[in-house]
Design a protein around this ligand. Sequence first.
Ligand SMILES: *Cc1c(COP(=O)(O)O)cnc(C)c1O
Length: 366
Amino acid sequence: MRFETIAIHGGNFVSDSEKPVIQPITLSTTFIHQENSMIYSRANNPNRASLEKLLASLERGEDAAAFSSGNAAGIAVFQALKPGSHIIAPDDMYHGLKKGILTLFDGVLEASFVDMTDLEKVQEAFQENTKLVWVETPSNPLLKISDLEAISKLAKSKGAILACDNTFATPVFQNPLLLGADLVMHSSTKYFGGHSDILGGALVTKEKNEFWDKIKNVQTTGGAVPSPMDCYYLCRSIKTLPYRMKGHAEHAMVLANYLSQHPNIEKVYYPGLKNHPGHDIAARQMTGFGGILSFQVKGDATTADMLISKLKYYTNATSLGGVESLIERRAASEGPDTKTPQNLIRLSVGLEHLDDLLEDLDEALK
Ligand SMILES: *Cc1c(COP(=O)(O)O)cnc(C)c1O
């Protein structure tokens, strides 16, 4: 099956004798004992099984594990490591997961945060106990691009697992497992859900192995699993993912070009722009540049806040990946120890009419 077909048919498994076209939501927490049946919903559930099958197919992996949030998925990978292990992670990384490494695994795991766009720095960061290389590409919020093939070669030569946070690209635009990664992580809260109304996360593995068994144990014994309702709604949302992503990326490219030519804008970060330092790698490893862009206004935090307050169609809120455009001054969300520039605005470009989005920005920038 091709991608769009998988998105529609790959997560719909009907065993009901009434033969509904769409898989019903199985709310039961427990199942009648019989051979090969599911037992208990924390361990497995028909809607979660469908979602996991769908996610594994979309990411071209062997198996997937769904979680109650993106953070729960990421943390499960760190929990599966042996105490004393060392992680190489990006300097520009989703701040919630960085916080997880620093606060929940303080004294348990070691971590080096490096510029993943600099392969020499990545190579130098390896230690004898390095077990995991964590990549996020494009990264949040600076849209840095990491070379997945090159980093996977480095990780392999050192016997480390390579995991990639693929939330921004989605499998529509990037399949890290085909570029050498061992694991893919998603916040399904973002594009998979696509309507800012589901919290969820997922991991997909290239192959079932000992490390994957540990992760599955964190999922089912740790118990940070999504509800059958959430799994149902995710399968429903993913049916339109390929078409939504095309729209998001098309709009983002136009807005990025518009902003880069505007006299009141200092800098635009979007991998689709030719002057983006990661453009060539992105063009090679992605089939589209995604729907998120960041930009710095000429001025300070107050200038940026003022611009945001003038917009009509862009909602000032955190998160991303919904059909509605969201905008925020990122440093304000990341807190006092952030390295993100104070005048940097992150924009999750939605699916409103492009002319409305352009006119609104143009008006506010005057
Ligand atoms: C939102 C996000 C996460 C965390 O996901 P939650 O669903 O909020 O727990 C991780 N990585 C990236 C890139 C994100 O955007």
